[in-house]
Write a protein that binds this ligand. Structure first.
Ligand code: GTP
Ligand code: MG
Length: 232
């Protein structure tokens, strides 16, 4: 079963964030809110597609590659923060062309191979285009962060018009997600918090240990499948 978690922004937080923005930022957010539905619709369609892929794998291979899916639309404050952090002009063109993670998804898989299998199947879908691909599983970040990040461009229909919407998907195993969630929680617990060098080394070590466990569990799963096939 796939659990879909949709974190909705808190209204009070959004109001106070809007009040603390400049006039220029607020104008952009006003324009953005007119097209925000496109990102929500794209996430909904992508979720259905991934659930269908998972279902199909279950029918044919008696295995569900997806453990669960999480999705969210970036809050207006986070969009503005990213535009400023990157030094971009505050325009709709920038928002549409340069901010790829307004629609964001996490696909949490059971095994490492499941991630690449799902992506292979998605690549066969002609109406999905890959815009950016960053493989932090094969090339982990210096922090120890592992995930496969892919920005897909998805064609959807809104108000009877076809529009292309970017969706950033972070594919991870359960173990990678556990590490990223806890590391993020530790880092963002207090603003301006910096890990000591010892903490950094340990976090990297734990990430590597979890990766070894991922590989070992996967080997165990493959051995089981082979044994079952031989006994059939
Ligand atoms: P952003 O502007 O933050 O989106 O950075 P970017 O566009 O260069 O993307 P990047 O490929 O670095 O991925 C950014 C996202 O990946 C973050 O929003 C996190 O969700 C996740 N991420 C990247 N590095 C780390 C890390 O060291 N720890 C954790 N917990 N998450 C990370
Ligand atoms: Mg991002």
């Amino acid at each position: 079963m796939i659990l879909q978690k949709n974190a909705r922004p808190n209204l009070d937080d959004m109001v106070s964030e809007l009040q603390s923005m400049t006039e220029e930022d607020r104008e952009l957010i006003g324009e953005y809110l007119k097209i925000e539905k496109c990102y929500r619709y794209a996430l909904r369609e992508m979720s259905a597609r991934l659930e269908n892929l998972d279902d199909n794998c279950s029918l044919h291979f008696a295995h569900n590659p997806i453990h669960h899916i999480e999705s969210r639309v970036k809050t207006p404050a986070a969009i503005i923060e990213k535009i400023h952090r990157r030094g971009y002009p505050v325009t709709m063109e920038v928002l549409k062309e340069k901010i790829y993670d307004i629609a964001g998804m996490r696909v949490i898989c059971n095994y490492i191979n499941d991630i690449y299998q799902i992506v292979t199947m998605m690549k066969q879908q002609k109406d999905l285009k890959i815009k950016i691909s960053k493989d932090y599983i094969r090339n982990p970040k210096p922090t120890g962060y592992r995930s496969l990040h892919i920005v897909f461009e998805m064609a959807i229909y809104v108000d009877n018009m076809q529009v292309y919407v970017p969706i950033e998907i972070q594919f991870r195993t359960i173990a990678m997600d556990m590490w990223a969630s806890l590391e993020h929680e530790l880092r963002y617990k207090s603003p301006g918090y910096e890990f000591s060098d010892e903490d950094k080394d340990n976090l990297k070590l734990y990430s590597d240990q979890l990766y070894q466990i991922d590989l070992s569990m996967q080997r165990m799963y493959i051995t089981k499948i082979i044994e079952e096939e031989e006994n059939d």
